[in-house]
Design a protein around this ligand. Sequence first.
Ligand code: ZN
Length: 209
Amino acid sequence: MSRATAVLQPGVPATVEPAGRMSFEVEAGQRLRITQPEGEQVADLISFNRDDLRELLSMHSSRAVNLTWKFTAPNVLYSNRTREMWKIEEDLTGENYCGGGYCSEHLNIARYGEAGKSAPNCQSNLEAAVRGYGMDRWNFNIDACFNIFMTVAYDADGKWEIRPPKGKPGDYMIMRALMPQIVAISNCPILFNACNNFRLKPLTVEIMK
Ligand SMILES: [Zn+2]
């Protein structure tokens, strides 16, 4: 029995409901497509080497090898051991946040006060998604998270700001797995800022045939 929340059949898209989460496994060589059916929706993705859970995706390693903070096709994403984990093959939106991080209760409280208490957040979603593997939130960290379809500005005056996403309905990203992995996705539930343009929408994920 799988310890993931879903078993994806190649060629069959699965929906991650608004504010929902999903975990699944991919084999080396498989291509994963993540789609925004309605556009303007961010997917927070973390992934682990299935054979050694201490090895996980690293935004820092990926920036340092690619020498960019805006990953898109044909960038390769690296693990915390600087080994190849994913190759981005197609990216219709072409806008992803690569600084690491995800919304969490403690971050929401710091930024938005009491309203952040118990509000749905990506950290809780990701934790729930990997629980079946015996993992908890200390098995991953902000460096592991690739914020697909998210727009964050680094302005010349030093300002850092989350801005409305640019994904159009039907936009997708295709990533080829370069090692067997456990993948967890949070369909970002935040409504306190422009991340999802103040409306939560579904995502679909598909392992391509
Ligand atoms: Zn989030």
